[in-house]
Write a protein that binds this ligand. Structure first.
Ligand SMILES: Nc1ncnc2c1ncn2[C@@H]1O[C@H](COP(=O)(O)OP(=O)(O)O)[C@@H](O)[C@H]1O
Ligand SMILES: [Mg+2]
Length: 271
């Protein structure tokens, strides 16, 4: 038995109505998902800000202690006090900027511009808590001149800072070498930024896990060693991907670890 034209038309209307209802439900669900993702982001943001602050508070506390000790001593060393205060000032200014930038990241904002790679490296080395040499780590910096990335300078600095802190923690007590490399690929459209350490390496089965938020192997740290939050690399990944880049790890147990980030290269004129 075949349907009459009016039956077909009724059927069509019913299907269209059902489709519209399903679409509406889907839209609702999507909105709920977006909202819960936003809440989850805001939930993590507190932990992230605490983590990033902790990175910068360490030098602030130790430099202020230096300055205080010297000031209270028999013959205060004004040069040392000045240097310690200026280091503490640099770190606290950076902490303020990072706070704003992280809140921006939570809101999905990015204050973008063209950032010279050399500047990112210089700024990060400036706020590194301790001279790596003091821990028996030889620091090498190999940067091609005039490399530019399009993005948020403060966030890009956070990526490098987190990678350097991890590398330094990995080599704590054993020394080694830490290399920062930056170069342009042959096609001239990608900037490759690498942090290379000669630490203990990362077992292969953990290499996919390390970018997950809260994954850390530093939970049961020995006394005196830093505890982990497991947020550093997840922040790096989030920021790199927001900059249309990608981050990779190559590591061999007993030899060391290399983190490589590829960013689209920016032209100096394209602000
Ligand atoms: N350079 C490195 N060498 C060895 N292991 C590393 C290195 N960088 C990261 N890891 C591993 O990845 C884990 C996650 O790193 P991260 O997200 O920065 O969190 P956290 O440093 O707080 O543990 C670390 O706990 C460590 O096991
Ligand atoms: Mg870390």
């Amino acid at each position: 038995m075949s349907e009459t034209p009016s039956q077909i038309s009724n059927l069509e209307t019913a299907i269209t109505d059902q489709l519209a209802a399903a679409q509406e439900q889907l839209d609702d669900l999507r909105q709920q998902l977006t909202e819960s993702q936003r809440l989850a982001t805001i939930g993590t943001i507190a932990a992230v800000i605490a983590h990033e602050f902790n990175n910068l508070l360490t030098p602030i506390v130790s430099y202020s202690q230096f300055a205080l000790q010297s000031a209270q001593g028999e013959s205060p060393d004004l040069e040392l006090i000045k240097k310690a205060l200026s280091k503490a000032f640099q770190s606290s200014s950076k902490a303020g900027k990072i706070c704003q930038s992280m809140l921006g990241l939570a809101r999905g904002e990015c204050s973008v511009g063209v950032v010279p790679v050399q500047k990112i490296i210089d700024e990060v080395l400036l706020v590194m808590a301790r001279d790596p040499q003091k821990d028996g780590v030889a620091l090498r910096v190999q940067v091609q001149p005039d490399l530019m990335i399009h993005g948020d300078g403060v966030q890009l600095e956070q990526v490098l800072l987190n990678l350097l802190i991890n590398a330094r923690q990995a080599m704590l007590g054993r020394g080694g070498s830490l290399t920062i490399k930056a170069s342009l690929n042959e096609a001239g459209d990608e900037v490759k930024l690498q942090v290379i350490d000669t630490g203990p390496g990362i077992p292969e089965k953990l290499q996919t896990k390390i970018f997950e938020p809260f994954f850390t192997t530093k939970g049961t740290a020995r006394r005196g060693e830093p505890k982990g939050t497991g947020l550093g690399l997840s922040i790096c990944k989030e920021i790199v991907e927001r900059h249309n880049g990608r981050i990779e790890v190559a590591s061999e147990v007993g030899k060391g670890t290399t983190f490589t980030i590829h960013f689209p290269a920016a032209l100096a004129a394209a602000t």
